[in-house]
Write a protein that binds this ligand. Structure first.
Ligand code: ADP
Ligand code: MG
Length: 456
């Protein structure tokens, strides 16, 4: 097998077929440098450049691969994927995290960094401290690859997920890792808000050139919470140019947001398409096992070990937000110190009930709407609008179902609240969701979780 080239003529043909079936950026992103090996029994082996690419191809491109094989060989063949042992440069994926450096470099107050960091980085937000599970494996692997080869692997890197799921943690982990290799790396991490504020200030002070010099002259630009650009026309305009300049220089851009590009309200289409050019990855809420691991890790960072019954108890009761998981550990450790007692299930119950005080009032429609809009990333105005696209209609139906089962509101009142719909719509929605919950355990879980949340 010669480097980078397929071994056989058919192999060449297979790559040609893939090129035809995929868009050029897709081909470049996932099949660049791939090597082929055809075994005597006809099995085809694809050697790809790292574990992340391997996982991605097997998840998203197996149909395409099969189709390419059929076109090329005229029949179906077994295809196996493996990581190419000779692939340069190996991204640090699926391996043990490196040991912590003896002492974290001082971040705040260090002039070489202060130059470029608007917010000093949080020391704990490293890859080492990031617990990997099914909900965040892609995001973590992609972020690691970005940190390994800024500007070369996935550019731009767009990370989205709802609040408290680790977006800021991962963006800052990229910074830490790049800085660990090169303390003077020219990286700029900032919130979208700082970008906006600086931009406005520079307009007021007639200092746009300095502003542009600062933002466009970096090796790595990381902007947190880009959804805050919604509705800010002029800042979007400026960001578009910043983006283009940085991108065209081949420098890395990493962005986080609470929604995928196309769902950020009023984001200009051209920015949406820029964001989609690279890799868009979602952080999902962690499953039970990951929540347990996170709880344990957070306790260990603070010098404590959580007994299993305690971590299981907390993980069962806090399911959608990692920041809250962390808060419960901090509180629990505080209580144990205060009471001079070991960490126990009993203390955990206290810590948890303090975090979620019993409701004195009944569930209101506002509780329901607030939980559902947060979960599905939709706006109340959408739920109350006439829109009937699935992405709006479904959360609306969930609201109706939850309201029907958790409040004393009448069918008419519920329908009225959601854009003046009549009682038959509410009945239909309630029955549809009930059926769905019976048929689809995953969806059922989600809705039961929402109900639990609104009940407090
Ligand atoms: P976001 O920016 O998405 O709102 P953050 O990155 O601020 O969320 O994460 C909230 C808290 O949860 C942080 O303290 C972070 O360290 C922690 N956290 C999130 N995901 C993980 C994870 N996979 N492992 C360990 N801690 C995590
Ligand atoms: Mg954040």
């Amino acid at each position: 097998m010669s480097s980078g080239e397929p071994e056989t003529l058919q192999g060449n043909g297979l790559l040609l077929q893939l090129r035809e079936l995929l868009s050029p950026p897709q081909y470049g992103m996932w099949f660049r440098g791939v090597r082929l090996h055809e075994a005597a029994d006809g099995t085809i082996r694809l050697l790809v450049r790292n574990a992340f690419v391997l996982e991605w191809i097997s998840n998203y491109f197996s149909d395409i691969l099969a189709q390419a094989v059929r076109r090329c060989y005229g029949d179906d063949r077994t295809i196996s994927l493996a990581v190419d042992p000779d692939a340069p440069p190996p991204a640090k994926i699926e391996r043990e995290p490196p040991p912590l450096p003896p002492a974290a470099p001082p971040l705040a107050g260090d002039s070489s960094l202060a130059r470029n960091s608007d917010t000093s980085l949080h020391e704990e937000y490293t890859f080492e401290n990031f617990v990997v599970g099914t909900s965040n494996r892609f995001a973590h692997a992609a972020a690691t690859a970005v940190a390994e080869a800024p500007g070369k692997s996935y550019n731009p890197f767009f990370l989205h997920g709802s609040v408290g799921l680790g977006k800021t943690h991962l963006l800052q982990a990229i910074c830490h890792q790049i800085l660990a290799k090169d303390r003077r790396a020219n990286i700029l991490y900032l919130s979208c808000e700082s970008f906006t504020n600086h931009f406005i200030a520079s307009l007021e002070n007639n200092d746009l050139p300095a502003f542009r010099q600062k933002y466009r002259n970096v090796d790595v630009l990381l902007v947190d919470d880009i959804h805050l650009l919604a509705n800010k026309e002029r800042t979007q305009e400026e960001f578009f140019h910043t983006f283009n300049t940085v991108y065209n220089l081949g420098r890395q851009i990493a962005i986080s947001s609470d929604a995928p590009p196309k769902d950020i309200p009023t984001l200009q289409e051209r920015l949406v398409s820029r964001f989609k050019m690279g890799l868009v990855v979602e952080l999902a809420p962690p499953d039970f096992e990951t929540r347990v691991n996170i709880l344990k890790r957070k306790a260990r960072l603070r010098g404590h070990t959580l007994p299993d019954d305690v971590s299981h108890f907390l993980a069962e009761h806090i399911s959608t937000n990692i920041r809250e998981l962390e808060g419960s550990v901090v509180r629990l450790i505080g209580y144990a110190a205060l009471e001079n007692q070991p960490i126990s299930l009993e203390l955990a119950r206290v810590a948890l009930s303090d975090a979620m005080p019993a409701r004195s009032t009944a569930v209101t429609i506002h509780d329901i709407v607030s939980a559902v809009t947060r979960y599905f990333n939709v706006k109340l105005s959408d739920l109350q609008s006439k829109r009937r696209t699935q992405s709006i209609a479904f959360p609306r139906q969930v609201c109706m179902y939850v309201a029907r089962h958790n409040t004393n509101l009448s069918l008419e009142e519920i329908g009225g609240y959601f854009g003046g719909r009549d009682h038959t719509t509410v009945i239909y929605a309630t029955e549809k969701i009930k059926r769905l919950m019976d048929e689809d355990p995953h969806q059922g879980d989600i809705i039961r979780r929402l109900e639990k949340e609104v009940r407090g």
